[in-house]
Structures are given as structure tokens and as C-alpha cells.
Design a protein around this ligand. Structure first.
Ligand SMILES: [Zn+2]
Length: 365
């Protein structure tokens, strides 16, 4: 039986066989490609960042049909004194208000894939979400008129991800913040990197940023447990930032990372329709190991199709995430595969976060 093909256009970059023992994996500073010169103004850069008085941007509703976090933000705005924000100055923003009004994920294109510097710099691109991305950066970007240094982007998912964090690339401040929150709440961390097919995430344009991803919840449905989990994660991130700003944050010795390897689509027929569905034994089992030969798909006759590792992953256990996420069908993603790794937290992570967080204190303090 042929192996499942991995929808990662550059498998050589992150499917190296036989990675180093987990505890000795050495994170590098960054894997983000250099921004083209013409797009430099859209890239987060230290030169134009404020010396003090920086804010934390909290974005909900980047996807218009993920309605729990926007509901939370609406209430937060009305009664800010009820929230624990550690004294930080916040900007509470609805990411895609037009899509929220329409009850859709997006109108023209996915806003959370619209923050590529090159796309933002392409003046001819006037679609709703690219314009919105430019607007958010002009106002709340690190060199915007109301500058923010940290971005928290709040999402929900139809997948059983629980309360989790997504980090894009290996920026030390992001990893420090994720490690600090994991130490407090035990949240799983998904490291998304080296996937040229999925780029342009919002948080990448701020000097530090995390996605908080909570599920399972259907699209356009409010559920108190999702709201509560979102609130706990946001408040914990803010308290960790406050501790970092005051020099009180102590990182745990290690961070458990689920490192992105690539994504698998459903088996398809010639006309593009699904030839098989996700196997019921795999539904709802995000963060749980998948071994070669275990049932992964099932066809209309009820025949199971086992997981056959893609090239480069032969014989390896993987940990799926975003399993059967409803919004990813159009992207050709039935699930993403990760490697579960234990990383040391080097002191430079904490130092990077502290240098950034201290600029969240009021100017002149
Ligand atoms: Zn989302």
C-alpha cells in the first residue's frame, strides 16, 4: 500500500529521519525567512518599537465564525475591572468584524494567512482581509499609532485540542512565554514551522505572539467551557508577561513541544471528493500517539485504511493535531502530524522575553 502523502511542499526541511534525542534538540533563533526589501515596512523590527508603554494586543474573531472569544472580549470591554491583566495596558480588538457580522470564517481569504510582508506590500491586493491586516498593523503594529509589542490571537476549533497554545517558528520570547504558561497550566504547545503552504499568520508580525486555540466547539456556537478556558489562558499569559516585566518570571527547565511535521488530507477520488473519511477511532484524539498500521480512515463500505507513514516518517510514532478541523477541509488538511519533543529552556529565552516585557511597563517607570 502506498504511504499517505504529506502535504508539505518542503519535506526535506523538517522531515529529517532520526532526529536528535528529544532532550538535546537545540532550538535555533528563528526560521522566519527574511522579508523582501519592498515589504520591510510590514515586518516587525526593533528599530521602531516603543521604548516603554507598549501594549498587549488581544485579538478575537480573526475568524468570523469562531464566536466564543469575541463574546468574551465584548464582556471584558464592559467590565474591565473583572479581569486579571496584571496592570498591563491592553488593546482588545475584533480581528475580522466584517466576517463576524456575516457569520463566516472570512469574506475573501483567510485573515490569519494574510500577514505575509510581500502580500501586505502588494498595493494591487485590495481584498477585505488583506486590507484589514494592513489596518491592524497601521494601528496596533509595533510601529503603529497605538503600538503593541505582544499579540495574543484567540481562536476556537472543532478539533479536540483542549486548551492549547500555537507558536509560529522559534522566536525565543514566544517560546519563553509558551513555556511559562505550560508550567502554570500544563497546556500542550504546537510549534508550527517550515510549512511553505501555510504562511502569513497574524502573530508573526508582532515581536512576540501566541495563538490560544480552544476546542472542540462547533463553528458559530457559544459554549461556557470554551469561554472559560479561553479566559484562563489569556489571564495566565498576561500574568506571565507581568512577571517577566518585573524580573520575577522563572522558566521551567523544559518545554514539551509538538513540532509540526506536515499535514495529511483525506483520500480523494478523481473529482476531488472524499474517497474515505476520518476513522471514528481517530476522531477526538488530538495529542494522542498514532502508530503505523493503526486505523486512520474508513471508506463507504466500512473498510478501515491504516496509517502508513509518509516518506521520512517510516516507523515513527506521530502525534496528530487539528484532527478533522472543519475549516481545514478547503485547505486539504484532515489532520496535522507532529513529533513530541522535550526541549531544554535556555536562559536566553527568558532574557529575550524579559527585555520585551519590560517595555510593556509605563514609559518612564
Ligand atoms: Zn481560527
Amino acid at each position: 500500500m502506498p504511504s499517505h502523502s504529506l502535504s508539505n511542499p518542503d519535506p526535506g526541511s523538517d522531515l529529517r529521519p532520526g532526529p536528535a534525542p528529544a532532550a538535546s534538540v537545540a532550538p535555533v533563533a528563528s526560521v522566519a525567512p527574511a522579508a523582501p526589501a519592498a515589504a520591510a515596512e510590514w515586518a516587525a523590527g526593533p528599530a521602531a518599537e516603543p521604548a516603554g508603554g507598549g501594549r498587549v494586543l488581544v485579538v478575537a474573531g480573526t475568524h468570523g465564525n469562531e464566536i466564543n472569544a469575541p463574546w468574551l472580549l465584548d464582556h471584558w470591554r464592559r467590565q474591565p475591572e473583572r479581569w486579571q491583566c496584571g496592570g498591563l495596558a491592553l488593546e482588545l480588538v475584533i480581528g475580522n468584524p466584517a466576517a463576524r457580522a456575516a457569520g463566516r470564517r472570512y469574506l475573501d481569504r483567510d485573515l490569519n494567512r494574510s500577514f505575509d510582508p510581500a502580500r501586505l506590500a502588494a498595493a494591487a491586493d485590495r481584498c477585505v482581509e488583506v486590507e484589514r491586516a494592513r489596518q491592524l498593523l497601521a494601528r496596533h503594529g509595533p510601529s503603529g499609532c497605538e503600538p503593541c509589542l505582544v499579540a495574543l490571537d484567540l481562536h476556537s476549533t472543532t478539533a479536540a485540542m483542549g486548551n492549547s497554545l500555537v507558536v509560529y517558528g522559534r522566536r525565543p520570547a514566544d517560546l519563553a512565554l509558551a513555556a511559562a504558561v505550560q508550567a502554570q497550566l500544563g497546556l500542550p504547545v504546537y510549534l508550527h514551522e517550515a510549512d511553505a503552504r501555510e504562511t502569513g499568520y497574524l502573530v508573526e508580525r508582532w515581536p512576540c505572539g501566541l495563538v490560544i486555540e480552544v476546542g472542540p466547539v462547533p463553528q458559530s456556537l457559544l459554549q461556557p467551557a470554551i469561554v472559560t478556558q479561553t479566559r484562563i489562558a489569556v489571564e495566565t499569559v498576561l500574568l506571565c508577561l507581568t512577571a517577566a516585566a518585573s524580573g520575577r518570571l522563572r522558566l521551567p527547565p523544559r518545554l514539551v513541544v509538538h513540532r509540526h511535521l506536515g499535514s495529511l488530507d483525506l483520500p480523494r477520488q478523481g473529482d476531488g471528493s472524499a474517497a474515505a473519511l476520518l476513522h471514528p477511532q481517530r476522531q477526538g484524539r488530538d495529542w494522542q500517539p498514532l502508530q503505523p498500521g493503526q486505523p486512520l480512515f474508513v471508506d463507504a463500505e466500512g473498510r478501515s485504511q491504516p496509517y502508513v507513514p509518509p516518506a521520512g516518517l517510516e516507523g515513527r510514532t506521530v502525534w496528530p493535531v487539528f484532527v478533522n478541523e472543519a475549516a481545514y477541509g478547503e485547505k486539504g488538511i484532515a489532520l496535522s502530524l507532529t513529533a513530541r519533543e522535550l526541549w531544554e529552556c535556555p536562559s536566553l529565552w527568558g532574557e529575550a522575553l524579559a527585555r520585551l516585557a519590560v517595555r510593556l511597563l509605563p514609559a518612564g517607570s
